[in-house]
Ligand binder design. Structure first.
Ligand SMILES: [Zn+2]
Ligand SMILES: [Zn+2]
Length: 254
């Protein structure tokens, strides 16, 4: 299935006010998607009622030509992988994305700025492992690409992510039936060129180690919904990923 499983609606404060269901679905259909997952942020201060509201909006839609899941992107709060809302999430979602490496958010525990880069990255790896093991979590949003966006780890490049870490993450994810995201924005730069460093240092090892994967755009505006999803799928398949390696959320809302 060609699916974009990481999309923010206007109920996420950081998303465009134009991200209503109609605009999201129109963009997804125009891009030829067969499925989308709505994954608004769950920050510590988020009103949980936004998820109930979206659930009601989805129930009122007529039959659609694509599958829609209602998910959530919950901040991973600690380096051990605890997420917002524990112990019980108490929201009506089909799946939970752990937003790992949200180190730019003040309420999220992060590596120290002064420590050697390798030690900081080991903590980032530990957070991924903790999130995979967290029973509330179904899949992980932007592992490692989130680190690349955190300016304080300015010396970071994907080559610094150790193969043994990716192997360990893949093995744990396989065992726990959790999936790691391949963000379209990390694989393709703004000009549409493939990021060779992300491909060789992260994507190829995850494929080789048999890690369950899914594709997400992290769209915050309508024209980003589904952008480069097909192209990303093509790259992953041409690099040896199998269709069985792609994860889908358990039950569809629509
Ligand atoms: Zn995120
Ligand atoms: Zn997101």
């Amino acid at each position: 299935m060609i699916a974009d499983l990481h999309v923010h609606s206007s109920k996420s404060n950081c998303a465009s006010p134009n991200m209503n269901l109609e605009a999201i679905i129109t963009s997804a259909v125009n891009r030829g998607l067969e499925g989308i997952g709505l994954t608004d942020h769950l920050h510590p201060f988020t009103q949980k009622s936004i998820f109930t509201k979206t659930q009601r909006e989805l129930e009122q839609l007529d039959a659609l030509s694509l599958a829609i899941w209602l998910g959530v992107e919950a901040d991973v709060l600690t380096l051990e992988g605890a997420i917002v809302g524990e112990p019980g999430l108490d929201i009506p979602v089909d799946y939970v994305l752990a937003g790992v490496h949200h180190f730019h958010l003040p309420w999220v525990e992060r590596p120290d700025n002064e420590e050697p880069l390798n030690d900081a990255l080991y903590k980032a790896h530990r957070q991924v492992m903790g999130a995979i093991r967290n029973p509330l979590v179904n899949a992980l949003a932007h592992p490692w690409s989130g680190v690349a966006k955190y300016a304080k780890l300015a010396g970071f490049c994907y080559d610094y992510v150790k193969l043994e870490w990716l192997e360990e993450e893949s093995e744990e994810a396989r065992k726990a039936h959790k999936a790691l995201e391949i963000p379209t924005w990390a694989l393709f730069d703004k000009d549409g060129a493939i990021s060779e460093s992300f491909l060789s240092a992260i994507v190829r090892p995850l494929i080789q180690f048999g890690c369950p994967l899914y594709i997400g755009t992290d769209a915050h505006e309508p024209n980003r919904v589904g952008a480069k999803v097909k192209e990303t799928l093509d790259v992953l398949l041409s690099e040896g990923a199998t269709m069985e390696q792609f994860w889908l959320p358990p039950v569809g809302t629509k």
